[in-house]
Design a protein around this ligand. Structure first.
Ligand code: CUA
Length: 161
């Protein structure tokens, strides 16, 4: 029988118990609370999104905003060098807006300073972010993934009335 010091035994036990606790917490949040890293909601073929998009590529054939419920809006948006379509939307104060986005070319970013919105727009994948605009005013969103010569001018505007 190998002699293990009492203190060492204690710390081995504490360390093992802590690891088991973390695994239990991870399992609970993943399976019990259904919290996980975001994955692609659905995948699309980038080639089919090069302009002009065809009718076979919903919902990005019709970029723009639509109301989907009381104070609920959905913005179908495409990103391409070096802009967004649409690049300006107007919503009433308190509107909850879901941005559904894809890229027609390279990886772009979508960040709205002053909010929690900070996402990547990846060709071939669909990015979905939701935010409630409680404060009226003008919000500028911009690309924060370097995408080429015009990267610094790639921006748009959200007006909250
Ligand atoms: Cu698009 Cu940087």
């Amino acid at each position: 029988m190998v002699h293990v010091d009492r203190y060492e035994k204690t710390w081995i036990t504490v360390s093992a118990a802590f690891l088991l606790l973390l695994v239990a917490v991870l399992a609970y949040t993943t399976f019990g609370m259904k919290i996980s890293l975001p994955g692609p909601l659905f995948v699309c073929a980038p080639a089919e999104y090069s302009a002009p998009v065809t009718a076979n590529d919903p919902p990005f054939t019709a970029p723009g905003m639509r109301q989907v419920g009381p104070d609920q809006y959905e913005v179908i948006m495409t990103a391409q060098v070096f802009g967004y379509n649409p690049n300006e939307i107007t919503v009433p104060r308190g509107a909850t807006v879901t941005f559904v986005m894809t890229s027609k070319d390279v990886i772009h970013g979508f960040r709205i300073p002053g909010t929690t919105v900070n996402a990547m727009i990846v060709p071939g994948e669909v990015t979905r972010v939701t935010y409630t605009f409680d404060e009226p005013g003008e919000y500028t969103f911009f690309c924060h993934e370097y995408c080429g010569a015009g990267h610094q001018v790639m921006s748009g505007r959200i007006v909250v009335q």
